[in-house]
Design a protein around this ligand. Structure first.
Ligand code: HEC
Length: 93
């Protein structure tokens, strides 16, 4: 299930091959800076991101969209994604 949409989005290092950063940034804004009602990921603590993703995957946190996306992820996948978005700078606001 490759979610890559092509274009300029590079596959982030440490992010599993089935998931590209671009598949997240379609909704979460370029570089994960957030978009409208969709929360920012960039610069958030990795622990918070992985807790949110684990919650979506395990059903302890509800979100139709995010639960579907995180369903196939392993703990390792989640840690890689969390580290990646955490490592991106938060936008100046
Ligand atoms: C189809 C749109 C969409 C895509 C694609 C998407 N998300 Fe989300 N994401 C959302 C929405 C909407 C929410 C808010 C859900 C809620 O809190 O109920 C959310 C919430 C989150 C949260 C919780 C943030 C917080 O501060 O509460 C995290 C973490 C997250 N997404 C990570 C990701 C990652 C990583 C990817 C790529 C694997 C991704 N999302 C792809 C729509 C999307």
């Amino acid at each position: 299930m490759a979610l890559a949409t092509g274009g300029s989005g590079a596959v982030a290092e440490g992010v599993p091959s089935t998931i590209t950063a671009e598949s997240c940034t379609t909704c979460h804004g370029p570089g994960g800076i957030g978009s409208g009602a969709i929360p920012r990921l960039a610069g958030e603590p990795a622990a918070d991101l992985s807790a949110a993703l684990t919650g979506f995957r395990d059903g302890t946190r509800e979100s139709t969209i995010m639960s579907r996306l995180t369903g196939p992820l392993t703990d390792e996948d989640i840690a890689g994604i969390a580290d990646y978005f955490s490592s991106l700078g938060a936008p100046a606001q």
